[in-house]
Design a protein around this ligand. Structure first.
Ligand code: HEM
Length: 396
């Protein structure tokens, strides 16, 4: 769908929206790439894990422009006119916008077709609505709970491999956890439905954070043994999984700081009203999930810190604008696998944590990079030790 760029720019301009001049971008694309690679390499060479420095490396210009032009601005890439929205109030409006006039950008869908195929993720209009209607009910909780058994089966196969590695290596094994978690997740998904890497990445980042914060490992373990004792089948029971509050808080905090989807986009297929704003047909809307998740105005001055306790009262009490917490996206395109993913994450992490304790491997280099999803550039290397407790959950 081609709309005159000037029409879009002037409609936005009249509403007070500013941004870098179109010519600015062309000369700077190479510079943007350079900045990104320098920052990423710099961070990789730093031994300490810092949760904030790397953020700037992912989309340097998007975030620099937000500082310069505010939380709504426009920019141009030739024929495409983009609108960056970082304002919680407008996000709330977008969230409520359910019409088919707002969808996934068609130009991105085309370029990603070889990777994403012709499925629901890139579809729009009635074709998307039809697929969503077919797929979404398969992930409702009452259906997802029948998948608990097969999740458990795949996770336990991995745990047994890790246990034998620990044994062979005299009590401590240096494991690249993200690789193995990807395999388990693919195994679960292939048995249940179709592939995604998002759950494996979230589990990997969670383990990295838990390795850094052993007090949270202990807290979760205590909770697991409190709820389950030594009954290793107890998590086939959904109510028991629900009671794992600390584990849920750690997953929510991981999704806030290291959620796999760092940016999301939409295209306006007609002129749209979003709050007081008119978004002209053809505009590509960008939302930086990462910027929203780390905004000190919303989360407080400790926004860059790992503090799962902020979720003790749920998302509603964790921040000022809960609608800005969007690890699973928003509006009608909200992730259909959300419930499934949360179940899988809980089963994975509780099985791993009740069998092993973790610390960071000296080989670990903290360098999250954007490869469609937020991924660890050099893998996540952790030292795993078998727990010396009588009531570990696995029988080998
Ligand atoms: C931690 C794990 C996961 C995260 C963080 C995640 C995140 C997301 C996000 C951000 C979107 C885009 C939403 C938007 O643009 O507003 C999405 C869409 C989607 N996700 Fe997930 N996802 C996860 C796991 C899964 C799983 C396990 C499945 C399936 C088994 C799944 C299936 C889908 C589908 C089908 C869509 C497209 C929905 C549509 O366009 O209508 N996701 N997910």
């Amino acid at each position: 769908m081609w709309v005159k760029p000037r029409r879009i720019r002037s409609t936005l301009w009249r509403q007070g929206i500013r941004g870098p001049k179109p010519s600015f971008l062309y000369g700077n694309i190479q510079e943007m790439k350079n900045i990104q690679s320098v920052l990423v390499n710099d961070q990789a060479s730093q031994p300490a894990v810092s949760h904030n420095t790397w953020v700037k490396s992912i989309f340097p210009y998007l975030h620099l422009w937000a500082q310069k032009y505010g939380s709504i601005y426009m920019y141009s890439t030739g024929n495409k006119q983009h609108l960056y929205i970082g304002q919680p109030e407008l996000l709330k409006e977008l969230n409520l916008h359910k019409s088919l006039d707002l969808g996934k950008p068609t130009y991105l869908s085309k370029s990603m077709e070889p990777m994403l195929g012709d499925g629901i993720i890139k579809a729009n209009g009635p074709y998307w609505a039809y697929q969503r209607k077919l797929i979404a009910p398969e992930f409702f909780l009452h259906k997802a709970k029948h998948m608990l058994g097969l999740m458990e089966e795949s996770v336990m196969a991995m745990i047994r491999t890790w246990l034998s590695q620990v044994e062979i290596n005299g009590g401590v094994a240096d494991i690249t956890v993200d690789k193995d978690l990807k395999r388990v997740s693919a195994d679960i998904i292939s048995k249940a439905c179709f592939g995604h890497e998002t759950t494996a990445l979230t589990a990997s980042w969670s383990l990295m954070l838990l390795a850094l914060y052993p007090e949270w490992q202990e807290r979760i373990r205590a909770e697991i043994f409190d709820i389950c004792g030594d009954d290793r089948d107890c998590f086939q029971d959904l109510d028991k999984l629900r009671q794992l509050k600390s584990l849920t808080m750690v997953i929510q905090e991981t999704l806030r700081l290291y959620g796999p989807a760092v940016i999301t986009s939409r295209e306006a297929f007609a002129d749209l009203r979003v709050g007081d704003l008119t978004v002209p047909k053809g505009t590509i809307i960008w939302i930086s999930v990462m910027a929203l998740h780390r905004d000190p105005e919303n989360w407080g001055p400790d926004a860059d810190e790992f503090k799962p306790e902020r979720f003790a009262g749920g998302v509603a009490e964790a921040c000022k604008y809960p609608q800005s917490y969007i690890p699973f996206g928003f509006g009608s395109r909200l992730c259909v696998g959300q419930t499934f993913a949360m179940l899988e994450l809980k089963i994975l992490l509780r099985s791993i944590l009740s069998n092993f304790s973790f610390s960071l491997s000296p080989e670990y280099r903290h360098s999250p990079v954007y490869k469609m999803l937020l991924a660890p550039q050099h893998g996540i290397r952790l030292l795993a030790r078998r727990l010396q407790r009588e009531n570990v959950m696995t029988q080998t």
